[in-house]
Design a protein around this ligand. Sequence first.
Ligand SMILES: Nc1ncnc2c1ncn2[C@@H]1O[C@H](COP(=O)(O)OP(=O)(O)OP(=O)(O)O)[C@@H](O)[C@H]1O
Length: 245
Amino acid sequence: MATDTQQLTRPAVRVSGLVRRFGDRTVLDSLDLDIAPGQFVALLGRSGSGKSTLLRALAGLDYDVAGSGSIEVPGRVSVVFQDSRLLPWQRVLDNVLLGLGGRDAADRGRAALAEVGLAGRERAWPVELSGGEQQRAALARSLVREPELLLADEPFGALDALTRIRMHGLLRELCQRHGPAVLLVTHDVDEAIVLADRVLVLVDGRIAVDQPIDLPQPRSHRDPRFLEYRYQLLTALGVEEEITV
Ligand SMILES: Nc1ncnc2c1ncn2[C@@H]1O[C@H](COP(=O)(O)OP(=O)(O)OP(=O)(O)O)[C@@H](O)[C@H]1O
């Protein structure tokens, strides 16, 4: 029985005592973080606070981080960045299928493209897609791998406001269906509150605020509790005096 309980409560991500220095600058300072399976976590922090550094460490992209604390992540991790990173010389479906094995790979790729609203665009070149469509294709490429952890670094940062809002709905829906744990790095406090089960604020190399968002989906910006979360998080970011509501 004890083993079953341990299995159920085992986090998807466990970071303990993570330290990352660049020269004499300590960017991550003995950082601890657990993320439960299927949990959607947003990470806020001022520019230069170390959000991307943490994400890169979790993605296994930071080779110098080894030895300073411990990082446990699941076997299947997908990463989405602000730019889609589609290969321009590969058609959209081939981009989604890159490195994907198995006889049904093409069918899975087509299904993933249909899920993100790109049915019929399989043979398009990336350059023929809008910025929002390219990010949709990047999401399809991530999710077709059925990741247990999705790492997203400002994935909507380059999109216009309306496209952003549509992408929020899509991401939330996809994550609910596929069930990965998510760590979303964003500058946008509203985006964090709209999407996340839990919002973290990184200050001085550690998680200074760990705020569950207890609002039903879909979330309204006009809900007074939304505004309370926004005020609290902006305060934690040290920008409350800039609020002009
Ligand atoms: N490879 C590197 N070499 C030296 N310094 C680095 C390197 N990568 C990041 N840094 C420094 O670490 C700090 C944190 O950078 P990071 O990109 O993680 O911040 P961030 O919170 O993601 O910022 P932003 O919101 O502006 O994207 C910055 O001061 C940055 O200059």
